[in-house]
Write a protein that binds this ligand. Sequence first.
Ligand code: ADP
Ligand code: ADP
Length: 221
Amino acid sequence: MIRLQNIEKVYRTDTIETLALNSISLDVDKGEFLSIMGPSGCGKSTLLNIMGLLDAPSKGDVRIGDQATLNLSDKQLAHFRNKKLGFIFQSYHLINDLQVLDNVELPLLYRNTTAKERKQLATEALEKVGLSNRIKHFPTQLSGGQRQRVAIARAIVGRPEIILADEPTGNLDSAMGSEIMEILIQLNKVDKTTIVMVTHDENMANKTHRLVRLFDGAQVQ
Ligand code: ADP
Ligand code: ADP
């Protein structure tokens, strides 16, 4: 589903050069739930951003499904991301002056959908994360766990084949974190969504199919 070959990522400024990823090759299978762990600064977010086509590698090849991505224009990349990928972040990235339902509808604005279809799909996504009773709330009126559920609804509303989650439980206490993890496990099991999750939590990682460990930009396991 995702194939990374010999990925290298160098961040360059005038004065500093950082080798963030050093020759990473990794295949994520269709239907797999993969977790990525490693110390702060080892390249986890960089790797996830490259998998999610948010950032380009300095060297190497990224393939998603049967799509080679190297030669896609920015516009083609944005379109592909919107259709195939869902993103979840540690700090939710919701828009605070939009109601929950409107936040969830956002990814659909870039597609050919009617207002009625958007509302229908967003309502279904919110049902799936158990938040049907909060559709008119604003994000600031919700708990952290509820905000993350809104973010998950937004990630799945376009029925992506792949979800990329960067420390989705990092800001939550362990009870709320477990709830979020349970939702992700169900999305993987029931909807067969491929999931790649960065985490600091061994317990969460142990619930996934496979764990990849990074150290200093390289895969150690
Ligand atoms: P168990 O719960 O018995 O330990 P697993 O969690 O290993 O089973 O697998 C549950 C299901 O998830 C399997 O039936 C399989 O279809 C799917 N699965 C497990 N590992 C992978 C993988 N690496 N890639 C894709 N699907 C997988
Ligand atoms: P992690 O997610 O594992 O904490 P990151 O992928 O964020 O690690 O960062 C990997 C390395 O790349 C770090 O050493 C970091 O300092 C560096 N880095 C990340 N983003 C940038 C950037 N925009 N410019 C320069 N260096 C960066």
